[in-house]
Design a protein around this ligand. Structure first.
Ligand code: NOJ
Length: 540
C-alpha cells in the first residue's frame, strides 16, 4: 500500500473514531434522558390521599344462596330455571363462599395492603321478599360483622346497595320496568342506611346502570333475560335514575347526620374517532352520550336531563319508524331537578376503549329499534391491543376518559370502582400484570393533568361467578379453585405486583415476583402449621 493509502486509512479510522465517540456521546445522552424520563415516570408517586382497593359483588362471591334467611334473587331464579344459559353450567350457589369465608377475604385484603373494600349487599338477603316490611335479622348480622371486621382491620367499606341482585319477587312484579321500583329501592336503601350508616360512609346506589339495562333488558343475556333494545332498555335506565335519586334524597334528608357520601357506579369505555372525518368525530361524541352520558348527564351536568343529542337521535329514529312519539320517555322538569346533582362523587367502572365510525354501512347494521340503531354508529377495538375475551388493553383510554369526565362534568371527585383484566386459571397472569401497570400509569397521567381521581379498585379481589360465563373467565387477583371446598385464595402474580404498588405507591415495571414461589411458601407454612396442630392434639 502506498503512503497515501495508509494516510487515507488512518484518516478514515480517525474520523470513524471521532464519529463513534460522537455517536456514543449522543447515544449516552439520549439514553440518559430516556432513563431520566422513565425513572421520573416510574418514580411518580400516587399522592398520599390516593386510595387503593379491590371490588366484588354479593351474588358473585357470597354463596349461601338459600341460607341465613335469604330470599331468591332473579339470578337464583335464572340459574335454576335455565341452567344451560350459563356457559359452564355453574351458578353462584356457593361461589367463593364469602358468606362463611369472609375472614379469608379480609385476610387477603390485608395482605394486599388495601385501603378500601368495595362489596355489595344482597337485596334478598336483607329483604327476602323484596319489600321492607320484613327485614331478615341474619342478613343484617352478616353485613354488620363484615363491616366491623373491615373497620377493625383499617379497611374502609365502600358499599354498593344494588349489584344486579333483584329479589325475584319484585322482578315478577315488573322489576326495573315499573316505576314502583323507585319506592321499593328507596325503602331498601333506607334499611341499609339505618343499619349500617353509623359505620359506612361511602355509598354506591346502583352498579353499572348501562350494562345492567343492556344485558338484562336489551339483549336478554343476563337476568331477567328481556330482549327489548329499543324500548325497555330506556325504561330500565329511566327507573334506575329515579331510584338512584330517591335513595340519594332519602340519605340527604334523613341521614345527613351520618356524614357519608353517596353516588353510583357508572360504567364507560372511552370512545375515539376512527378517522378525522366530521362524521366519525360526531359519532364518537354521540357514542359517549349513549353510554356514559345517558346516566352521567342527568346527574352531573349543570342542566340535568339526558344529553340533547341522545334525546334528538332517539326522537329522529322513532319518527323514521313512523311512531307518534319518541321511544325515550321524557322526564318532567320536576324529575330533572330531582335527579340533577344527586352525586357527591363520580364513580366509574372502566375496562376498555373503542374506535367509533359512522358511514353508510351503519344504516342497516343494527336491529330496529335498538339503541345502536338510534345512535347510528359502530365501533371496534384496535386488533393490536393485547386482549382477552372482550377486554382489550389500552391504558391511555383510561387517561382520556378521566380527562373527559373532568372537562365535561365539572371536575368531580372520581373513584375508579372497577378496572380489571380477564384470564383463565393459573397464577402467572402476565396479561393482567401488564394491564394493571398500564392502567395505573394512566391514572398517574390523569393526576398530572389535574384530574381529581382519588381511588382505584381492582376488579376483582378473587375469582368469582362471572355471570353467564360462570367460572370459565377469571378476574381475580387471587385464584380460587371452585371445586375446592375450602375455596383457598391463592395470590396470582398480579396480586403480588398490586401489593407492591400499594406498598411503594409507585409502579415498578421491573418488579417480577414468582407467584408459584409464594404459594410454595404458603404450602410449607401450612404443613408446619398442620404438624404443630396435630402435635398439640396428640399432647393434649
Ligand atoms: C362489571 C360488573 O360490575 C361485574 O359484576 C363484572 O364481573 C365485571 N364487570 C367483569 O365483567
Amino acid at each position: 500500500m502506498d503512503p497515501t493509502g495508509v494516510i487515507t486509512i488512518i484518516g478514515l479510522a480517525w474520523r470513524g473514531l471521532i464519529c463513534e465517540n460522537l455517536l456514543s456521546a449522543i447515544q449516552a445522552d439520549i439514553l440518559k434522558n430516556v432513563a431520566r424520563n422513565v425513572t421520573q415516570k416510574s418514580l411518580r408517586k400516587f399522592p398520599d390521599d390516593f386510595l387503593f382497593g379491590a371490588a366484588t359483588s354479593s351474588y358473585q362471591i357470597e354463596g349461601a344462596w338459600n341460607d341465613g334467611g335469604k330470599g331468591w334473587s332473579m339470578w337464583d331464579h335464572l340459574v335454576r330455571t335455565d341452567p344451560d344459559h350459563i356457559i359452564d353450567g355453574t351458578n353462584g350457589d356457593v361461589a367463593a363462599n364469602s358468606y362463611y369465608f369472609y375472614e379469608k377475604d379480609i385476610a387477603i385484603l390485608k395482605e394486599l395492603g388495601a385501603n378500601v373494600y368495595r362489596f355489595s349487599v344482597s337485596w334478598p338477603r336483607i329483604l327476602p321478599f323484596g319489600r321492607a316490611d320484613y327485614i331478615n335479622p341474619e342478613g343484617i348480622a352478616y353485613y354488620n360483622t363484615l363491616i366491623d371486621r373491615l373497620l377493625a382491620n383499617n379497611i374502609t367499606p365502600f358499599l354498593t346497595i344494588y349489584h344486579w341482585e333483584l329479589p325475584q319477587n319484585l322482578n315478577e312484579q315488573g322489576g326495573w320496568l315499573t316505576e314502583d321500583i323507585v319506592d321499593w329501592f328507596g325503602d331498601y336503601a333506607r334499611v341499609l342506611f339505618q343499619n349500617f350508616g353509623d359505620r359506612v360512609k361511602h355509598w354506591l346506589t346502583i352498579n353499572e346502570p348501562s350494562v345492567h339495562c343492556n344485558l338484562g333488558y336489551a339483549i336478554g343475556l343476563h337476568a331477567p333475560r328481556i330482549k327489548s333494545p329499543g324500548v325497555k332498555y330506556y325504561e330500565c335506565g329511566r327507573h334506575i335514575l329515579l331510584a338512584h335519586a330517591r335513595a340519594y334524597h332519602i340519605y340527604k334528608n334523613e341521614f345527613a347526620h351520618q356524614g357519608g357520601k353517596i353516588g353510583l357506579a357508572l360504567d364507560s369505555e372511552m370512545s375515539m374517532p376512527s378517522s378525522n372525518s366530521p362524521e366519525d368525530i360526531q359519532a364518537t361524541e354521540d357514542c359517549m352520550m349513549f353510554h356514559l352520558g345517558q346516566f352521567a348527564h342527568p346527574i352531573y351536568s349543570e342542566t340535568g336531563n339526558y344529553p340533547q343529542r341522545f334525546i334528538d337521535l332517539i326522537a329522529e329514529a322513532s319518527a323514521r319508524q313512523g311512531l307518534p312519539e319518541s321511544r325515550l320517555r321524557s322526564f318532567s322538569q320536576e324529575q330533572i331537578d330531582y335527579i340533577r346533582g344527586t352525586g357527591d362523587f363520580l364513580s366509574i367502572n372502566h375496562y376498555s376503549s373503542n374506535y367509533v365510525y359512522r358511514n353508510a354501512s351503519v344504516v342497516n347494521m343494527h336491529e330496529v329499534p335498538s339503541l345502536l340503531d338510534d345512535a347510528q354508529l359502530a365501533f371496534y377495538k384496535d386488533p393490536s391491543w393485547p386482549s382477552s375475551f372482550w377486554i382489550a388493553t389500552y391504558g391511555p383510554g383510561l387517561h382520556k376518559l378521566l380527562v373527559y369526565i373532568k372537562n365535561n362534568y365539572n371536575n368531580p371527585i372520581i373513584y375508579i370502582t372497577e378496572n380489571g383484566f380477564a384470564s383463565t386459571t393459573g397464577l402467572n397472569d402476565e396479561g393482567r400484570v401488564s394491564y394493571f401497570r398500564e392502567y395505573l400509569t394512566a391514572v398517574l397521567d390523569a393526576i398530572d393533568d389535574g384530574v381529581n381521581v382519588k381511588l382505584y379498585c381492582a376488579w376483582s379481589l378473587m375469582d368469582n361467578f362471572e355471570w353467564t360465563f360462570g367460572y370459565s373467565i377469571r378476574f381475580g387477583l387471587y385464584e380460587i379453585d371452585e371445586n375446592d371446598p375450602e375455596k383457598t385464595r391463592r395470590p396470582r402474580k398480579s396480586a403480588l405486583v398490586f401489593k407492591e404498588i400499594v406498598r411503594t405507591r409507585t409502579i415498578d415495571m421491573d418488579y417480577n415476583p414468582d407467584p408459584y414461589a409464594s404459594s410454595a411458601i404458603n404450602k410449607k407454612t401450612s404443613i408446619v402449621l398442620l404438624a404443630a396442630i396435630s402435635l398439640i392434639k396428640t399432647v393434649f
